[in-house]
Unconditional design. Structure first.
Length: 85
């Protein structure tokens, strides 16, 4: 099953993904995203400087305004797209 990185404050999302069989990694620092197929972030910490180092090739999903169920659906949708490409 896919490995999904989830920001620490999104415990409802972490639980929902684990119930669906995903391996969930809590994102506490940048290196935690390495090897993740997908990452879910709150979107509250925006990149003001506009600089970023790519740590993972996986999709990044902003969970702001979404329910845990909607986030799970988005994860599944994005992972299916990458697996079918």
């Amino acid at each position: 099953m896919a490995k999904v990185g989830v920001e620490g404050s999104l415990t409802d999302v972490q639980e929902a993904l684990q119930e669906r069989g995903y391996e969930v990694v809590q994102l506490k620092q940048e290196n935690d995203a390495k090897g993740c197929d997908c990452c879910v972030l709150t979107g509250l910490d925006s990149n003001v400087m506009g600089m970023a180092d790519t740590v993972t090739a996986g999709s990044v999903i902003e969970a702001n305004g979404l329910t845990a169920e909607q986030v799970c659906q988005e994860v599944e949708s994005r992972l299916n797209r990458t697996q079918n490409s």
